[in-house]
Write a protein that binds this ligand. Structure first.
Ligand code: GRF
Length: 207
């Protein structure tokens, strides 16, 4: 069984999707710990309602990014977490976290990377005028949404969309995509391929 730590900053709908998949038997995993860097985040409330172990670590209480990440590592290791999911976690991670969980941190991002990294990806897509956007799950490195792509789903942009409508349409796909990826991880089907001089790529072995 996959032991997950989930890091959140916001509303926690992706966290909820993971927990719902676990409870309904669609995902062989357990969420060992939910950490929010934002006191009062709705995601924390959801986690508590689901009976999950929670922790709030405000990054403002730490002198450096490394010190904050060290606190994350200690808490995640203490909870025996194997894989870490960034589910709307609005902080960049440092080597301190990434070396503690090498190749075992995934992020969900609301665009088809490498288009529209960073914050407000849905607004960026609308401003640019793309007709298709989507969501991406990728392994996390030290950059902003730059790590090897694990899986993506396309979502149409409609003429009538505002940011809220587009965000909602993408979120529905995020929930399904994230659970799908976590299932492939729980079945040990992800493989990182490193060819000389090229970007690391992720392959999903057939189930
Ligand atoms: C999602 O759109 C995710 O892709 C982005 O932040 C949002 C988090 O939503 N990184 P939620 O907190 O899971 O509801």
């Amino acid at each position: 069984m996959l032991s997950l730590g989930v890091l959140v900053s916001g509303t926690g709908t992706n966290l909820q999707a993971i927990q719902d998949a676990i409870v309904s038997g669609r995902l062989d995993a357990a969420i060992r710990l939910v950490i929010s860097n934002k006191p009062g985040a709705l995601a924390l409330e959801r986690a508590e309602r689901a009976g999950l172990r929670t922790l709030c670590l405000s990054h403002r209480d730490y002198a450096s990014r490394e010190a904050f990440d060290q606190a994350l590592v200690l808490a995640l290791k203490d909870a025996s977490v194997d894989w870490v999911v960034l589910a709307g976690f609005m902080r960049l991670l440092t080597r301190t976290m990434l070396q503690a969980f090498p190749g075992r941190v995934v992020n969900i991002h609301p665009s088809l990377l490498p288009a529209f990294p960073g914050v407000d990806a849905q607004e960026q897509a609308l401003t640019y005028g793309v007709k298709v956007t989507g969501c991406t799950v990728h392994l996390v490195d030290e950059g902003t949404d730059t790590g090897p792509i694990v899986a993506q789903r396309a979502v149409p942009v409609l003429e009538t969309d505002d940011a809220g409508a587009l965000r909602a349409r993408i979120l529905t796909e995020e929930h399904a995509l994230l659970v799908d990826v976590l299932r492939t991880i729980s079945e040990d089907r992800l493989e990182v391929v490193r060819a000389d001089g090229q970007r690391a790529r992720v392959r999903t072995r057939p189930g």
